[in-house]
Each structure stands twice: as structure tokens, then as C-alpha cells.
Design a protein around this ligand. Structure first.
Ligand code: NAP
Length: 321
């Protein structure tokens, strides 16, 4: 069986940037596209904060460009999802679609994280048309509008506080009366005159006029009655889940499932396996930070394969708690 020099798992900004760098280093990377080719940016409309595009660029177009750029330098893509890996010995084995097996001398894991969704009627259909999971990406489009932020954790407080800079009104919608968020983040939201609260209500359905969101139907847990909170946007901020289920027991993960990386590098607990992007970053989660860490992963792989790494990949300290 062919042993590829490097395989990259995932095609978000991290994986595709790693692919561009690895391909330009003549490592002939093979990239497994994954379940959501292009990653979370394909779920958004316009991206205005990726440097180099003064007029903005559509998320899917940006990802398509990155892919073409990687292909131009010789990267090849496999359509499928990773159903399992064996990291216990090198070369590593990667199983795709539960049937096809590949072998690789090194791996870059960039499988990303998925925003948790509410799973209510109208939610998926209205993504990009008023439903969003990223205030930093989409907040600007809600200037002087009325928005709702669903969730009671730090993410919801942070998204609401960010949105208050653009929107006319922000309402935090939470299913209980107590918030899960840290005191400091709660206080910041409570002290913000633009933020109001709809507590002890459970989201039931996203309301729309067919084209855009018009509100959120909620059930009042105290009265048992349903009502509609009128709004132009619904930001779902109920947490993210790193896509690492297939790595359980193989790599050092934190309590939530994010891959722990070592020091300032992208090295993981297994020598020859590197991680970049949202799958190892619960904090920044931006396309540009993911792309930056993809670059780092490819440079780390190159050094690792040359055997010229000055770093002991297996023992350097972790940036994670
Ligand atoms: P989280 O702490 O797990 O909070 C998720 C919130 O969403 C909870 O309030 C939960 O309600 C609610 N929720 C979950 N599923 C729901 C559903 N199906 N319907 C309605 N509501 C639902 O997630 P997070 O806020 O993303 O934070 C994750 C971690 O990142 C935390 O450790 C947090 O401290 C950290 N973080 C830190 C910062 C910062 O410091 N700047 C910013 C963001 C995140 P219940 O409370 O009822 O369970």
C-alpha cells in the first residue's frame, strides 16, 4: 500500500491552508474532505473579516479558492469522511467511509468543531438568512436590527455583548432562570443597556416570512404558553463540539474533546500527528486563526519528516490547561 507523506483530515481554512503549504513543500498531501467540505464557512454568507478581500467574499467562494490554490500545487482530495484511525504505529492508518484504507507517515488533523444547533423547526432552513452561529462573522449584517441570542453560557454572553455594538436591541433567550455563564460575563451583559432577557423559555421554532427570519417561537416554562419573540436575527450560542469522536483513546483530548497541542506548536501527544484549527482551539475560532494554525501544522510536518525538528514533539509542554 502507498504510504503518503502527509494526509490532512478536513477541508476548512486550517486543512486547506495546511494543504497549500504542504503541497508547496512537495509533500504531495492527500486531503480527506470530511462531512462538511469547506467547513463552517460554507454555512455563512459574506465573510468581511478575512484579510485580503476589501469588499468581502462569500464563505463558499473563499473555501473554493483555497481548495483550487492547494490543487494548483499538487494536493489531491478524497471525497469521504474519516471513519477511524490507527495511531498506535507508523505509518498511521486512516479509514475512509468505513471501507477504504490509507497509510500516512504523518497526519494533520483539522476536522474542526461544529456549532451545536437547537434542532427546532425552521432553524436549518434559515441559516444565512437570519439564523447564525457566529456573531463575529455575521453581527455586522444586523446593524440597527433586533436580534436574539439563545444560550445561557459564556458564549451567549460574549455573542450578545459583541452584537450590542451593531444591533439596536439584543435579547438573551435562555431555557432556565439561572445562567451557566461566569459571573463576570453575566455582569457585563446585565450592565449593558442594549441587552434584555427572556429567561425560562424554551425555543420551539424559528419564524420567517420564507425569505428572512421574523422571530423565534418560545414556550414559557412557567405558564406553559407559547409566544413569539419578534426579531430579525437568531444567534444560536449553545456551545461547540469538536469533531474528534474518531480519536477517542488515540490522542490526548481535553474534557470537552478538543485536541491538546504542545507548546506553541501543533504537535499532539502522538509524534507525527499534528492538529490545527477549531479542533484544537476552543478560544479564537476564527477562519484566519484557523488558517494560521494550518500553516504552522504544515511547517511542523515538514520539519518532522525531515527529521530535523529541534523540538522533542512528545514531551514539550501543552498550551492547554
Ligand atoms: P456552555 O457553557 O455549555 O453553555 C451552553 C448554554 O446553552 C447553556 O446555558 C445551556 O443551557 C444552553 N443550551 C444547551 N443546549 C441547549 C438547547 N438544546 N436548547 C436551549 N439551550 C441550550 O457552552 P459555551 O457557552 O459555549 O461555553 C463553553 C466553554 O467555553 C465554557 O467553559 C466557557 O466558559 C468557555 N467560553 C469562555 C469564553 C470567555 O471566557 N471569553 C467565551 C465563550 C466560551 P443550560 O445552562 O440550561 O444547560
Amino acid at each position: 500500500m502507498t504510504v503518503h507523506k502527509v494526509m490532512i483530515l478536513g477541508t476548512g481554512p486550517a486543512g486547506l491552508t495546511a494543504a497549500v503549504y504542504a503541497a508547496r513543500a512537495n509533500l504531495h498531501p492527500v486531503i480527506i474532505e470530511g462531512n462538511e467540505p469547506g467547513g463552517q464557512l460554507t454555512l455563512t454568507t459574506e465573510v468581511e473579516n478575512f484579510p485580503g478581500f476589501p469588499d468581502g467574499i462569500l464563505g463558499p467562494e473563499l473555501m473554493d479558492n483555497m481548495r483550487k490554490q492547494a490543487e494548483r500545487f499538487g494536493a489531491s482530495f478524497v471525497n469521504g469522511w474519516v471513519s477511524g484511525v490507527d495511531l498506535s504505529k507508523r505509518p498511521f492508518t486512516v479509514k475512509v467511509n468505513e471501507v477504504d484504507e490509507y497509510q500516512a507517515a504523518s497526519l494533520i488533523i483539522s476536522t474542526g468543531a461544529s456549532a451545536k444547533m437547537l434542532g427546532i423547526t425552521g432553524e436549518t432552513e434559515m441559516i444565512g438568512r437570519g439564523v447564525s452561529t457566529c456573531a463575529t462573522c455575521d453581527g455586522f449584517f444586523f446593524r440597527n436590527k433586533k436580534v436574539l441570542v439563545v444560550g445561557g453560557g459564556d458564549s451567549a454572553m460574549e455573542e450578545a455583548t459583541f452584537l450590542s455594538k451593531h444591533a439596536a436591541e439584543v435579547t438573551i433567550v435562555h431555557r432556565r432562570t439561572e445562567l451557566r455563564a461566569s459571573k463576570v460575563m453575566q455582569e457585563r451583559a446585565h450592565n449593558n443597556p442594549k441587552i434584555s432577557w427572556a429567561l425560562n423559555v424554551a425555543p420551539v421554532s424559528v419564524q420567517s416570512n420564507g425569505k428572512r427570519v421574523t422571530g423565534l417561537e418560545v414556550k414559557d416554562n412557567a405558564s406553559g404558553e407559547n409566544r413569539v419573540l419578534v426579531a430579525d436575527g437568531v444567534f444560536v450560542a449553545i456551545g461547540h463540539q469538536p469533531n474528534t469522536r474518531f480519536l477517542q483513546g488515540m490522542l490526548d483530548l481535553d474534557a470537552i474533546g478538543y485536541i491538546r497541542t504542545r507548546g506553541v506548536t501543533t504537535a499532539t501527544s502522538v509524534a507525527g500527528v499534528f492538529a490545527c484549527g477549531d479542533v484544537m482551539d476552543p478560544h479564537y475560532r476564527q477562519a484566519v486563526t484557523a488558517a494560521g494554525s494550518g500553516c504552522k501544522a504544515a511547517l511542523d510536518v515538514e520539519k518532522f519528516l525531515e527529521g530535523s525538528a529541534t523540538l522533542d514533539w512528545s514531551t514539550s509542554s501543552s498550551i492547554h490547561a
